[in-house]
Ligand binder design. Structure first.
Ligand SMILES: *Cc1c(COP(=O)(O)O)cnc(C)c1O
Length: 294
C-alpha cells in the first residue's frame, strides 16, 4: 500500500529551551494524504482478518466528523473491500467533508437515529455478512497495530511519549510498547470521560496495567471537538514556529498539553519527549475559512 514512513521532526520552541526539554514529533500526518495518522495502524489488523475471512464488505460506525469513518472508507478501497458506514443521526441536508470524502472512496452510508445508533448489536445483526469494526476502531487489533507506530522512532532515546486519546486504543498500543525508563501520557480529548481508563485497561494485560502511564483529563477545551480562540491561536503559533499543522480535535489539544506540562515541570528538565502526531488534519476542513494559517 502507498504509505510512506513517518518522518521524525525535532522541535525548537522557547518553552523547550527555557525548561531544557527536548522534543521530537513523529509525523504520522505525513504517511498518507487521507488515511491520516494513527488510523491506518489501527485498521491494519482488522483488514488482515477481514481478508482471511474472505469478507466482501468492511463495516463500521461513526459520527459525521469521524476520522475513523473516512480512514476506513479509504483503507477498505485500497485493500479491495467494499465499505459500509453506519452514521449517527439523520442524514443532513449538506454532507460534512468527512462524509463526502467517505462516499468518494465508495463507502455506502447508512444513517440511523441517535436512538437506534445505540443498539449496535441490532444493526450488526441486520447486516451480518459484513466484517464489523467497532466504533472508532476500538479493540485489541487496533492497539496491536498502534503499538507499531513506535517502531518508526528510536524509542529507547525518549523518556516521555505523548499522544491524544479518543477511544484510547492508540494509547493502549503505546503503553504496551513503552520501556521501563519511560512514561506514556495520554491526553483525553473528551470532557469527564471517566470510563476511559477502564476502557484502556481492557486492552492491556495485568503486567501492562502496571506500567508507567497517566491519562489526563484537563485539556479538552470544553469537550469533544470543542475549541476556543486560545486553542486556535496556539495552533497558528505552533505552525508559524515549527511548520507543523495540528488539528483542533486531537493533536492541537495534546500538543498544548505537552507545553503546559513542560512549563509546570510535570515533565522535568532533561526529559526527552516523543510527541506522536496522530494526523486528523481533514477535521480542520469543518472550521470557518481563514481561521487557520495553514
Ligand atoms: C482517532 C484519532 C485519535 C484517537 O485515537 P484513539 O485510538 O481512538 O484514542 C487521535 N488523534 C487523531 C488525529 C485521530 O483521528
Amino acid at each position: 500500500m502507498m504509505f510512506s514512513r513517518p518522518p521524525l521532526q525535532s522541535v525548537s520552541a522557547d518553552f523547550l529551551t527555557r525548561h531544557k526539554v527536548r522534543a521530537a514529533i513523529l509525523r504520522l500526518d505525513k504517511i498518507h494524504a487521507v488515511i491520516s495518522g494513527n488510523k491506518w495502524y489501527k485498521l491494519k489488523y482488522y483488514l488482515q482478518e477481514a481478508a482471511a475471512l474472505n469478507a466482501g464488505t468492511v463495516a463500521t460506525f461513526g459520527g459525521a466528523y469521524s476520522n475513523h469513518i473516512v480512514a476506513t472508507a479509504c483503507a477498505a478501497r485500497l485493500s479491495g473491500f467494499n465499505s459500509f458506514g453506519v452514521i449517527r443521526g439523520e442524514m443532513p441536508e449538506k454532507l460534512s467533508h468527512t462524509l463526502s470524502n467517505a462516499i468518494e472512496y465508495g463507502m455506502k452510508l447508512h444513517f440511523v437515529s441517535r436512538e437506534d445508533y445505540r443498539d449496535k448489536a441490532a444493526i450488526k445483526k441486520s447486516f451480518k455478512d459484513y466484517y464489523w469494526i467497532d466504533e472508532g476502531g476500538f479493540g485489541e487489533a487496533a492497539a496491536k497495530g498502534a503499538g507499531e507506530i513506535l517502531d518508526n522512532a528510536n524509542l529507547d532515546d525518549y523518556t516521555y511519549i505523548i499522544v491524544a486519546a479518543g477511544t484510547g486504543a492508540t494509547f493502549a498500543g503505546v503503553i504496551k510498547k513503552i520501556l521501563p525508563h519511560q512514561k506514556a501520557i495520554g491526553i483525553s480529548v473528551m470532557k469527564n470521560n471517566s470510563a476511559l481508563t477502564d476502557q484502556i485497561k481492557s486492552l492491556l494485560t495485568k503486567e501492562e496495567q502496571q506500567k508507567n502511564f497517566d491519562l489526563l483529563h484537563d485539556f479538552h477545551f470544553g469537550g469533544y471537538a470543542k475549541k476556543n480562540n486560545e486553542l486556535i491561536d496556539f495552533m497558528n503559533e505552533t505552525f508559524v514556529n515549527t511548520g507543523v499543522p495540528l488539528d483542533f480535535v486531537y493533536t492541537g489539544k495534546a500538543f498544548y498539553a505537552m507545553k503546559i506540562l513542560i512549563e509546570k515541570e510535570a515533565i522535568p528538565a532533561n526529559s526527552k519527549v516523543l510527541f506522536i502526531h496522530t494526523g486528523g488534519l481533514q477535521g480542520n476542513l469543518s472550521l470557518q475559512e481563514g481561521l487557520l494559517k495553514f
